[in-house]
Write a protein that binds this ligand. Sequence first.
Ligand SMILES: Cc1ncc(COP(=O)(O)O)c(C=O)c1O
Length: 382
Amino acid sequence: MYKNIVDFIHQLYQTDEFVPLHAPLFIGNEKKYMNECIDTTFVSSVGKFVDRFEEMVAAYTGAKKAVVCVSGTNALHMAMMLVGVQRDDEVLTQALTFIATCNAISYIGAHPVFIDVDRNTMGLSPDAMKAWLVKNAEIKNDQCYNKRTGRRVKACVPMHTFGHPTKLDELVALCHEYHLELVEDAAESMGSFYKGRHTGTFGRVSAISFNGNKTITTGGGGMLLFQDEELGNLAKHLTTQAKVPHRWDFVHDQIGYNYRMPNINAALGCAQMENLERYVENKRATANEYNNFFADIPNIDFFTEPIECRSNYWLNVVLLQDRHSQQDFLAFTNDHGVMTRPVWQLMNKLDMFKHCETDGLVNTCWLEERVVNIPSSARLKV
Ligand SMILES: Cc1ncc(COP(=O)(O)O)c(C=O)c1O
């Protein structure tokens, strides 16, 4: 039934073999820079690539400061701490996300509250968030509280799902009105812009991931983005064990974290950054091919970038008619050498977060039954 789709994808990737969802691609200076680390022995916490990688990401995104981390997950953990989320606070986020968003909230001992997403972005819905806040929030001494639980609502963490920017202007305004800190989970959206500005530069702090399945990779890694340079400097201090700079003394002025990315991973990052635009342009061309192809396929819709956005199309999405056709599509494609995947199990359905408050999640559940990710690797040749 879906044979024409499987054939098209094999043709697109010019192979008869298994087509993965997203494979990393190394077409530039990766080996050269990594060899440089090995030759100089600077593979770990000392070396020039860490600073260079941070500078490259800051310049590309327009962030005032970028601070590398070992992973996107600990970048998010650090972000929660930096904006002052504390034990027993509540954090508004989406149930349609990867577990790391909620894990980071949980590391602090805070509680996620799951707000619905929009169907045309798959990201946190400002309308749904406004409705929840109007019903549940009260402001006391410039702090937002959940009237029902009595807990402080400290932050809001939207996620740019599969690389598509969510409605940032509206979320920024809401966070301002309700005294909430905005932390963007931009793990998936390196190379995605909202109204001409890079995702991750709207929140007080944002986190990017460079895991192996992302648009560009450092093997494993993450990055914090800041518009507030001072906060960025504090992040640098905390992610490097809070060591007071000194040539030989080891003095630490607070509890710090070993969250610093090793130089050898940053070397990979520098080489990948040099080709980021080529990757994104190529992925966008793939999305365009999918869009044209699916226009002629009945009952399957290809998901396109939200208006006024330039998406990196990290993972392409098709929407099936219902749960039944979604499951059929997943079975057929995976049986015929094309890797496809549904969305992550919704966070509010996982044992750890079952008890968390939700707003009903109407669009989230609608998308859960229909979304399928299809192969999305860049198709550039080595
Ligand atoms: C939405 C989201 N948040 C956070 C992360 C965590 O990033 P990492 O795997 O680098 O820890 C990922 C991806 O892995 C992600 O997709």
